[in-house]
Design a protein around this ligand. Structure first.
Ligand code: GUN
Length: 293
């Protein structure tokens, strides 16, 4: 039987519509329009495209966006100084420093410099630390992991006691997703490049989250029949027949996997739009934190 396709674009559109309403309510009731600063350093084409999409999404829901595009040779002090300047700007309620940064820049001090209350990516060590602990709520949950959980809920996932397998241990996706699943009482296995018998481990998963950045690595026979599969991968593969010369595929071999899974996200149109929808919600939350101060 073919899997239910989890329509991330539709869920994200619904969330954006809610956010747009909440934004206008905030403007009407408090005179505060949420603002997001995007900081893009260098000329990574994928990052440029993600930042453009984030700015466009802001405009669509009435969030003001402030774009800062810095050259690839920006210095460490300059980058940190910009973050401090944005911290002090009252029109800005969220600061997003697009990752990865150019190699010469140290990511940690730049992310540490972001004010906790404006950390809409949820990457500040205090927010991540709270996420890692029981009973300590972070101010912001990282956008992609947050979107993954919403899609799992949408697919009717029963977290309690489920075997959840997360492929990938990145700070941005794998680790925070695993923590969110643990908080929901799943039994979580985090897999990485040294994991032995990877297909076998994946086959035990009731919930499988793939976030490794390897095109179509997860095959149909890695998937437990009926499992919910969330594919976070967005990999460019050459395709001369496509207008841009490439197309996007996930970490899961979608066409074969959908014949085994109970529910699965497509790429594109699965997790991608959710990341942006959650960023908008987090920015609204950042603005809400400033009300009543
Ligand atoms: N690079 C890839 N995903 C993300 C994200 O969610 N936030 C930021 N800032 N950079 C990213």
């Amino acid at each position: 039987m073919s899997a239910t396709i989890i329509d991330g674009s539709a869920v994200a559109a619904r969330l954006r519509a809610e956010t747009a309403q909440d934004v206008e309510k905030m403007v009407a009731e408090h005179g505060v329009r949420p603002g997001l600063a995007t900081v893009l350093i260098g000329d990574n084409p994928a990052s440029q495209s993600y930042v453009r999409m984030k700015q466009k999404a802001c405009a669509e829901v009435g969030i003001q966006s402030f774009g800062y595009d810095l050259p690839a040779d920006t210095g460490q002090q300059e980058a940190e100084a910009l973050v401090r300047e944005l911290n002090a700007n009252p029109a800005i309620h969220g600061i997003l420093v697009q990752l990865p940064l150019p190699d010469h820049l140290k990511e940690e001090p730049i992310l540490n410099a972001i004010s906790l209350e404006k950390d809409v990516d949820g990457f500040h060590p205090v927010n991540i630390g709270r996420l890692a602990m029981k009973g300590r709520d972070p101010l912001f949950i990282p956008c992609t992991p947050y979107g993954v959980i919403v899609l799992l809920e949408e697919a009717g996932a029963k977290f309690d006691g489920a075997n959840a397998v997360v492929l990938g241990r990145s700070n941005i996706v794998g680790l925070p997703t695993a923590m969110l699943l643990v908080h929901r009482n799943a039994t979580v296995t985090i897999c990485h490049s040294r994991t032995k018998d990877l297909p076998e481990v994946c086959r035990r998963a009731d919930i499988l989250v793939a976030a490794v950045g390897r095109a179509q690595m997860v095959k149909a026979d890695w998937i437990k029949p009926g499992a919910i599969v969330i594919d976070v991968g967005t990999n460019r593969v050459d395709d001369p027949s496509a207008k841009r010369g490439y197309r996007l595929v996930g970490d899961v071999a979608f066409d074969e996997a959908k014949e085994v899974a109970g529910a699965i996200t497509p790429v594109p149109g699965g997790v991608g739009p959710m990341t942006i929808a959650m960023l908008l919600r987090n920015t609204l939350r950042g603005a809400a934190l400033t009300i009543g101060r």
